[in-house]
Design a protein around this ligand. Structure first.
Ligand SMILES: [Zn+2]
Ligand SMILES: [Zn+2]
Length: 219
């Protein structure tokens, strides 16, 4: 009999939920493993699952429970969208709910145009995405077509605090109570580092590691 409190049952559910996730074998081609190169995610990763569109490196990151946003260390294509979505949310303390502020005429939270897995070429316009999904993508990572929902402990159905949001890739983890890093202020010094990263031989992950190493290593 399945005992929902046993460790093995939990593990089984976890594997079931993530069954489509697989570790990339770099000795084999991407296509034969069901991956493809696509447009970059906010962290400029480019390998995606062909079927469900999730970003391979983001999923690796989500499964370590790493969560945070430094608005300066995002791929340039995503920065305007990040500023826009943050204006649509009442950003509060890490442990509080963050109510969505923008609603349509029908009283539903607005959606925002955002480049996601459906945009496979820059010639195609980005589609509209829910505010929760955009917040999750920026703070956790790009889960492709997977849905983003609120953790059971979150009391506001229109809350977009990323610490209260989950997908199948972190739903069975205990909700995090704090961000590993958090900076929503544009910072000319950091933006300069971002701008020069290619000349300096860095990528965005390197910049995050460099700036936040103790907080990232603490997980
Ligand atoms: Zn990614
Ligand atoms: Zn909440």
């Amino acid at each position: 009999m399945a005992n929902p409190h046993s460790k093995s049952w939990t593990t089984q559910q976890r594997i079931k939920g993530r069954k489509n996730f697989r570790i990339l074998d770099t000795s084999l081609g991407l296509e034969e493993q069901g991956f493809k190169r696509g447009l970059p995610c906010p962290y400029e990763h480019t390998i995606r699952d062909v079927e469900q569109g999730w970003c391979y490196q983001c999923l690796l990151k989500i499964q370590t429970s790493l969560v945070g946003l430094d608005i300066n260390y995002l791929h340039e294509d995503f920065q305007p969208y990040a500023h826009r979505v943050l204006e649509m949310v009442d950003v509060r303390g890490a442990t509080e709910c963050w109510p969505i502020k923008s609603y349509d005429k029908a009283g539903k939270p607005k959606r925002i145009v955002f480049p996601d897995y459906r945009q496979d070429t820059k010639a195609k316009a980005p589609a509209k995405v829910t505010i929760k999904k955009v917040m999750y993508t920026l703070f956790w990572g790009d889960v492709g077509q997977e849905v983003v929902t609120n953790y059971p402990g979150c009391t506001d159905p229109n809350c977009a605090n990323p610490l209260h949001l989950c997908s199948i890739y972190n739903r069975d983890e205990h909700p995090r109570k704090a961000f590993n890093y958090f900076d929503l202020e544009p910072n000319p010094e950091k933006l300069n580092l971002l701008l020069n990263r290619k000349i300096q031989g860095y990528n965005i992950e390197d910049l995050l590691q460099k700036t936040y190493r103790p907080a990232i290593a603490a997980i």
